[in-house]
Design a protein around this ligand. Sequence first.
Ligand SMILES: NC(=O)c1ccc[n+]([C@@H]2O[C@H](COP(=O)([O-])OP(=O)(O)OC[C@H]3O[C@@H](n4cnc5c(N)ncnc54)[C@H](O)[C@@H]3O)[C@@H](O)[C@H]2O)c1
Length: 330
Amino acid sequence: MSKVLITGIAGLLGSHFSRFLLEKGYEVVGIDDFSGGYEENLADGVFCSTLNLTDLESVDKLFKEQKFDYVYHFAAYAAEGLSPFIRNFNYMNNVVASANLITSSINYDVKKFIFTSSNGVYGADNEPPFNENMQPKPIDPYGIAKYAVEMDLKTAHDQFGLNYSIIRPHNVVGIYQNIWDRYRNVIGIWIRQTMKGEALTVYGDGLQKRAFSDMVYYNEPFEKLMTEFNGEIFNLGADKAFTLRETAELVQKCAGNFGFKPEIVHLEPRHEAKYAYSDHTKAKKLLGFDDRTDLEETVNSMFEWALEQPEREVKNMKYETVKNIYGYWK
Ligand SMILES: NC(=O)c1ccc[n+]([C@@H]2O[C@H](COP(=O)([O-])OP(=O)(O)OC[C@H]3O[C@@H](n4cnc5c(N)ncnc54)[C@H](O)[C@@H]3O)[C@@H](O)[C@H]2O)c1
């Protein structure tokens, strides 16, 4: 059976996909520095090398020892709204870390490199639903980082023959998601706020539109990409977009099932695309992608899981600039 490396294996995508591959009999090895994921998320018995991907020497040493067939690169710090205030951290974790992995994949003849980019590359000037043929126009360092890695993969393919696929997901949810990060994962933030007896915070008027999908529907198309296609880009995610206000009301309804009654409050708006959701025709046709997310069901399952989790610290990031930073992040 093939040997597969999953970076970010302690995060949302990594913890689900590693379980899926292990059940199918693949040999799975992970890398994670536990900056955004938790050891408790790891599948039973899976080997995870605790290293920071920005350290090329350690990455290259692991590749030399392990001889991976395939690489799924999920590790990133995906706090899009925060990225303008942590440019260095963003580019180190999202570009330099990826460049290191690409270098080692070239050095040790990895058969294919599968990269999770983001629909953040489409930016605010493209008209949603975004399709893969649109010219990326990112509006923040996170989107720029993802697009830079996409372009780097193309050059690695053209010059060194590294096979690759790019996935552009959006608003993925499910158990194992980090709900203790104050800067990202809006549904997770609302679940944490609910459990703390706080109000659900919505940035701006709440009329931003997003489409949320459950991670479980990503496993099969991810596996397919191991051996099918080369150089292709696929959007993955839910078709139906809701306003954030509607989504907050859904979380409020689910909270009621667990005895909570959170209010919803609106805060200062932030720099973001008002409407961001994608078209998934290509993934449905070519990868058999079949998203059947029932968001209410998923949010209920996240509440059940979250209530079993230990109390965790909500960390503050070290800002690199505080110019124009929002009141709620001061
Ligand atoms: N979840 C979403 O809605 C979504 C949407 C679009 C794109 N993506 C992309 O999918 C990927 C996975 O997202 P996720 O939701 O599972 O994120 P996550 O934060 O749950 O998992 C990422 C994991 O990477 C690890 N990590 C981060 N930086 C690292 C580094 N320098 N070295 C080693 N490990 C590091 C973290 O500890 C964490 O466990 C990311 O690349 C993200 O940008 C996610």
